[in-house]
Design a protein around this ligand. Structure first.
Ligand SMILES: [Zn+2]
Length: 251
């Protein structure tokens, strides 16, 4: 069946001398893999049209029961050039793409809200937003959309408003009040405020929040551990190290 869909290129893997396999996140079908035959041949019609983190319209051949589609045409919607040439933006886009591919499997529905989130995260990074709040805020949205949301406003165990020292428990599903806190570990109130804001306000406003030094590393580690507990597998986030090194270098 021949179909057309808009999609972001999240991964490019060499398949043969001249062909690539793309991991795409598409508006209509969610996560898909597609082979692009002849993509690396000189003069290929795909030249410059399937770059990493670019957004395009793809013509695909899809076969029932097969996980690998074939891309037969691609035209660019957004080049996303800065996402490849600006180091900060590249690291942020890479880390968010890693998260998305860990959380969303093939054929996961619905794809529209996740597609729009990805579009928003990439647009903010391309506009020069600080990558840590964009990635952490984006991940919090991604977890919500994937049914893995947590409670950051009220105690996950008893529903009480959080006053004074807050605690956190991955398995209980979020923040805990002082009375329920023995099953969790203490967390800074600034972190809980960020988690709550990220769950309730626009990503644009979350992107402008700056935490204390090391705050985003703590936030990201908490999100990663939480996701690992609920997904029951380890998250392979290849760009995490790059992002941490960038922070250490004062970028
Ligand atoms: Zn409680």
């Amino acid at each position: 069946m021949r179909v057309s869909t808009n999609a972001f290129v999240l991964r490019r893997i060499r398949w043969s001398d001249s062909s690539l396999i793309l991991t795409l996140y598409s508006l209509d079908f969610g996560r898909i893999s597609a082979v692009v035959r002849g993509a690396l041949r000189p003069g290929s019609r795909f030249l410059g049209r399937i770059e990493l983190f670019s957004q395009g319209e793809f013509q695909l051949i899809r076969r029932e029961g097969r996980e690998l589609d074939t891309a037969i045409e691609a035209s660019v919607i957004s080049h996303g050039r800065l996402l490849r040439t600006n180091f900060r933006a590249f690291a942020g886009a890479g880390l968010f793409a890693d998260w998305l591919l860990c959380v969303v499997s093939h054929g996961n529905e619905p794809s529209g809200p996740v597609y729009r989130l990805l579009e928003q995260v990439f647009a903010l990074l391309e506009a020069g937003s600080s990558p840590w709040p964009v990635v952490c805020g984006g991940v919090i949205r991604l977890l919500q959309l994937s049914g893995l949301g947590f409670s950051a406003d009220t105690c996950a165990a008893c529903g009480a408003r959080i006053q004074g020292q807050a605690f956190w428990s991955h398995s209980s599903g979020g923040v805990l009040c002082g009375n329920c806190g023995e099953s969790g570990f203490p967390v800074k109130s600034g972190l809980i405020s960020f988690l709550s804001k990220a769950g309730n306000s626009s990503l644009e406003s979350v992107a402008r929040v700056s935490l204390w030094p090391g705050g985003y590393i703590q936030c990201h580690s908490l999100l990663k551990e939480y996701a690992q507990v609920h997904l029951e597998h380890r998250l392979l986030l290849r760009s995490e190290k790059v992002m941490k090194e960038m922070l250490n270098a004062g970028q």
